[in-house]
Design a protein around this ligand. Structure first.
Ligand SMILES: Nc1ncnc2c1ncn2[C@@H]1O[C@H](COP(=O)(O)OP(=O)(O)OP(=O)(O)O)[C@@H](O)[C@H]1O
Length: 290
């Protein structure tokens, strides 16, 4: 099936940027169950792209396709220009060293200290001297906002926000160019969530990272994303700037973005003009009146 004709697609802000991820005509099936049908998605260097969609719409599976953990029934997934389903395991491992992944629940090794959790991906390379690993691990912890006094603690001694930060330091251990985040702020209180969002933005700027994240959190989505890809009906039904997504008529978008929380999050966007805020409000007013 073709993509819906009215799919919204907007170019990335930086037109000179190179695509880091190119997904073309991706179909995913589990037995008879079709999850994705002709999905296309191109993500440029330096973008922060959020994947959203209803429960079971295929966000996690799409992320897993990008990580090479699920395989397409047809279509291609290119990361850094390589078709990840046509390369050897060795080549795939090399690519994996160029990206970092932050899992929803932190996924730290509970038997390892904070320091060892971050040092482990560097030790696995088996080429870096001990002293360099030590310095690099401490630097990554510092970048993630974890002071040296926490380095020898066990994960069980940390708060939820600290676990996320250590997991982020670990995801950054090999200086990735690309970072995948699965529900980065889930389970955090509003303050911890806001400071984690600031951290991701700062790291993106400092490390020139490209970020792909799955999130249900509208505040995170609106404050971080350069573009939002909405998954529904097996397709990407909208791929556009966050402030434009509400222009697309679809039941999921209506419910998710145009409710009270969605409009509040749009209002809180730093770069949303007064004019566009007024338009959004007016539209909501008209919709509730009709
Ligand atoms: N290994 C698998 N075998 C069979 N079906 C699977 C497998 N993995 C995922 N699915 C199915 O694929 C569909 C999409 O799942 P996915 O986990 O990507 O949804 P999601 O959008 O991430 O949902 P949620 O927001 O609830 O986490 C679901 O119907 C799920 O049951």
């Amino acid at each position: 099936m073709e993509q819906p004709e009215n799919m919204m697609d907007c170019p990335a802000a930086e037109t000179s940027a190179q695509p880091i991820i190119q997904i073309e005509n991706l179909c995913t099936k589990f037995g008879d169950v079709v999850v994705h049908e002709n999905v296309n998605l191109s993500i440029n260097q330096g973008e922060i792209v959020s994947l959203v969609g209803g429960s079971g719409s295929g966000k996690t599976v799409l992320l897993r396709q990008m990580l090479g953990l699920n395989h397409p029934a047809s279509g291609t997934v290119r990361i850094f220009g390589e078709d990840i389903n046509r390369i050897s395991q060795q080549e795939l491992q090399k690519l994996r060293n160029r990206w970092g992944m932050l899992f929803q629940h932190g996924a730290l090794f509970s038997a390892l200290t904070v320091f060892d959790n971050v040092a482990q991906p560097m030790r696995e390379l088996r080429v870096l001297p001990k002293q360099l690993i030590r310095e690099a691990a401490m630097l990554k912890l510092q970048m993630a906002g974890i002071g040296p006094e926490h380095a020898l603690k066990m994960p069980s001694d940390l708060s939820g926000g600290m676990i996320k930060r250590v997991a982020l330091a670990r995801a950054l251990a090999l200086e990735p160019e690309l970072l995948f985040l699965d529900e980065p702020t889930a389970g955090l209180d509003p303050n911890a969530s806001e400071s984690f969002v600031d951290l991701i933005r700062t790291l993106r700027d400092e490390m020139r990272l490209t970020v792909v994240m799955v999130t249900h959190d509208l505040d995170t989505l609106f404050s971080l994303s350069s573009r939002v890809a909405v998954l529904a009906d097996k397709h990407i039904i909208a791929y556009c700037k966050p402030e434009n997504v509400v222009e697309f008529k679809h039941p999921f978008i209506e419910t998710f973005f145009r409710g009270e929380r969605g409009l509040r999050a749009i209002e809180a966007m730093p770069d949303t003009s007064e004019e566009s805020r007024q338009e959004q409000k007016q539209r909501q007013h008209q919709d509730s009146a009709s």
